[in-house]
Design a protein around this ligand. Structure first.
Ligand code: MEV
Length: 331
């Protein structure tokens, strides 16, 4: 049992099937080569300390002593929210496997733009679960990590599909049908995608609720939209296996139209999507909850042009590639 363990877990882009996955439909997501690093150490004393910072040197420190929580927040609520995922992960692992949380210090460092829809909270949940389990001498399989960190997201958010936590844990490109199937799938070794993001107007939770309300007002229509998304996902699975970019792009555009119909897109997303397509992207869609957040464009051979177009449309662009490893403990 070491006194200090560091684990890294990747962020996630949703390729196909977001929102429908909340209703048990399949989805495809990809782990990206930017993520979070979480260090868990035993430093003694009575408190449990969580420190979170991102690359823009903002930070938050939260100390839990007995039942009382003290926080010193150097940035707004986003990083404090991340800390709550880490705290919940520690509690869930210690409830299942033991270990004393007194005297534990957790440091979270994020390379991801927080709140952009790139699954920072899932990555924090996954990396904290693995690092703390290792610290107390427990080896978890990737599937166990996926399950435990999904529980973390459910506890903090109230509702969440297992897509983000499973993909961050496994790495690569993942096909998931909640409760039925979870597997890495074959995909080209490098997907020529450009990821842009804009500020979000609503949280994922709010958008999931918005879709639920639409569903209850128009059950027959929304049923058909969810079924269509399922068909798109299954056709995308075959197209990814063959590396058929043309077909994948078309399916991304159809998926965007269906997400638009669910009411989770907005004008800023639409601007980026149309600018990316005009710059030569074969397909472009929102990625994740919507309401702003991330947009993904498939742009073989025109990545630079599409990046410029997305910036002109008001987005920030992150360059990224597939992360093949999933969560790893660093020695
Ligand atoms: C959020 O990244 C994706 C949604 O499908 C919600 C979820 O899967 O929990 C909108």
């Amino acid at each position: 049992m070491g006194v200090r363990v560091t684990a890294t877990a990747p962020g996630v882009v949703k390729l196909f099937g977001e929102h429908a996955v909340v209703y048990g439909k399949p989805a495809i997501a990809m782990a990206i080569d930017k993520g979070v690093r979480v260090t868990v150490e035993r430093q003694g004393g009575d408190s449990l300390l969580v420190v979170a910072r991102d690359l823009v040197v903002r930070g938050v420190a939260i100390r839990v002593t007995g039942g009382s929580i003290e926080g010193s927040v150097i940035d707004g609520p986003q990083l404090a929210k991340l800390a709550s995922y880490a705290l919940t992960a520690l509690r869930i692992v210690s409830e299942g496997y033991g270990g004393d949380l007194k005297g534990i210090k957790v440091t979270i460092e994020s390379q991801l733009p927080i709140g952009a829809g790139l699954a920072t909270s899932a990555a924090v949940s996954v990396a904290t679960t693995v690092a703390y389990a290792k610290l107390i001498g427990v080896e978890l399989s990737r599937e166990e990590v996926a399950k435990l960190s999904h529980k973390v997201e459910l506890t903090v958010q109230g509702s969440a599909s297992p897509m983000d936590t499973a993909t961050s844990s496994l790495g690569g490109v993942v096909y998931i049908k909640p409760g039925v199937e979870l597997r890495r799938i074959s995909a080209p070794p490098r997907l020529p995608v450009v990821i842009g993001h804009v500020e979000r107007e609503l949280t994922t939770g709010e958008l999931v609720r918005r879709v639920k309300e639409l569903y209850s007002r128009h059950p027959k229509v929304v049923d058909k939209i969810m079924d269509s998304i399922e068909v798109v996902v299954n056709e995308a699975l075959a197209a990814l296996g063959k590396g058929d970019y043309q077909l994948l792009g078309e399916l991304m555009n159809i998926n965007q139209g269906l997400l638009e119909a669910l009411g989770v897109s907005n004008h800023r997303i639409a601007n980026m999507v149309y600018m990316a397509r005009r710059a030569g992207a074969l397909g472009a869609k929102l990625s994740g909850g919507g309401g702003g957040g991330a947009v993904i464009a498939l742009a073989p051979g025109v990545e630079d042009k599409v990046s410029v177009a997305m910036r002109l449309a008001g987005g920030e662009v992150i360059s990224t590639d597939i992360n093949d490893q999933g969560v790893v403990v660093q020695h």
